[in-house]
Design a protein around this ligand. Structure first.
Ligand code: 5GP
Ligand code: MN
Length: 325
């Protein structure tokens, strides 16, 4: 999909409202804050607002973090709504503001988003991150170190620090360009990606210890229940990275991690290594995502959820085996 002229699309707006998906991850927070900083600089007369569900504290290192409004207050009519890293169904409380905005812009890299949900779209499935897409739209004359740092964090996280298959030569060239701005790139990656609190490590440990492998070791599943989360005084933000650790178990093609969000309700994260398209599995249950990383919410007991998902994965594995006979 061709990119559009961001300044041209926004220059007549009096109010711009930026938001992203519920339970915002690094790419979502970074893209929203980079866009926020950029538009404030490029269009100083325009009122720009950024609203998201409360992000994890580690992202406080990104400039503008304190200006994120988690109450979703849109005081006046919104001229331009910029939806980042998601389709409209995942905007949560911002969904209504999106629906009433005069113009809607959508920038995203999820395959499940189709051609986009805006009046103006820049949706490229397979792209490393929304942060990389957002950076494509920026006029370099307004770039600065803080914007570069935000974009870098988004790209680095969504590529698993430049190692997932969504990392393209262009992604690395973009990262090279960004570090020229001179921020502490090893430091922010340690701080936002690798560093774990004691409770986070304990939860990771428990998830690994209690994991179950099946389908001849090609699948692995684990869960954290509500009681355990409460015991560690933890939230879903403390579970980031667990599914990735499950995925790198030798012999595993597909990893399933879930945590209890309510009575008989689980938020499920799916990852695959080489051939299972987990975005299809997630979409079957009303979720979505990427080919190698996707998610959904499913009702039932742990065993119901694990069984139902496994069936969908098994179908793909069988088809893959047939193709390779
Ligand atoms: P995670 O497992 O890290 O929560 O999500 C993996 C990927 O799938 C992310 O890109 C995320 O945005 C997407 N994703 C997670 N849950 C859902 C969901 O319920 N619906 C959709 N459409 N995408 C999801
Ligand atoms: Mn993303």
């Amino acid at each position: 999909m061709e990119k559009f002229d961001l300044i041209e699309e926004c220059k007549d707006a009096k109010t711009i409202f930026i938001s992203g998906h519920v339970r915002p991850d690094a790419d979502c927070v970074s893209s929203c804050l980079a866009m926020y900083m950029y538009l404030k600089k490029a269009l100083p007369e325009t009122k720009v607002k950024v609203s998201l569900e409360e992000p994890a504290e580690v992202f406080r290192c990104i400039k503008g973090f304190d200006e994120i409004d988690s109450t979703y207050a849109a005081d006046n009519e919104v001229d331009v709504f910029i939806a980042l890293d998601c389709e409209k169904s995942r905007l949560g409380e911002a969904g209504e503001i999106f629906a009433n905005a005069k113009k809607r812009i959508n920038v995203d890299h999820h395959v499940s988003n189709g051609r986009g949900c805006g009046d103006v779209n820049y949706v490229v499935p397979g792209y490393s991150s929304t942060a990389e897409l957002v950076y494509d739209l920026f006029d370099r004359q307004y770039m600065d170190m803080e914007i570069a740092k935000a974009v870098y964090i988004g790209i680095a996280h969504d590529t698993g620090i430049f190692k997932y298959s969504n990392t393209s030569p262009k992604t690395l060239r973009t990262a090279a360009e960004l570090i020229e701005y001179g921020f502490d790139f090893p430091g922010i990656i340690d701080e936002t990606f690798y560093e774990k609190t004691y409770a986070q490590n304990q939860l990771l440990g428990r998830a690994l210890l209690e994991s179950i492998v099946f389908m001849d070791g090609k699948c692995i599943v684990s869960a954290i229940d509500k009681k355990t989360l409460d015991f560690y005084n933890a939230t879903s933000k403390d579970l980031e990275g667990i599914v990735n650790q499950l995925r790198v178990t030798k012999g595993v093609e597909c990893a399933i991690f879930m945590y209890e969000t309510g009575s008989l309700e689980y938020k499920v994260s799916l990852r695959s290594c080489k051939y299972v398209d987990v975005s299809k599995v997630a979409a079957f249950f009303g979720g979505g995502g990427h080919v190698r990383a996707a998610g959904c919410t499913i009702n039932g007991t742990f065993y119901d959820v694990a069984n139902n998902i496994s069936k969908q994965i098994e179908l793909q594995m069988k088809a893959h085996e047939e193709e390779n006979k």
